[in-house]
Design a protein around this ligand. Sequence first.
Ligand SMILES: [Zn+2]
Length: 83
Amino acid sequence: MLVVMKNSRPCVSSERFASTYISHTSIFTIMESYRCKKCGYVYAPISGDYTQKVAANTQFENLPKTWVCPRCGAEQKEFIRSE
Ligand SMILES: [Zn+2]
């Protein structure tokens, strides 16, 4: 019984939790918003675009080729990365 206690590492689970938390955070930081140069509409990956059936958490690069600005109809090349 005493040997088992000695071999157990109680800190492992908290370390694993910390690394999981960090990887989740980095997923959100690479989800960049893009802004339409023509009308100022901002595409936010975290919300997607329900008007064109784009699921939430879809990155701008992964949008369907047919996707256009929902406000003014501009093509994706009219969008720039938003700060
Ligand atoms: Zn637009």
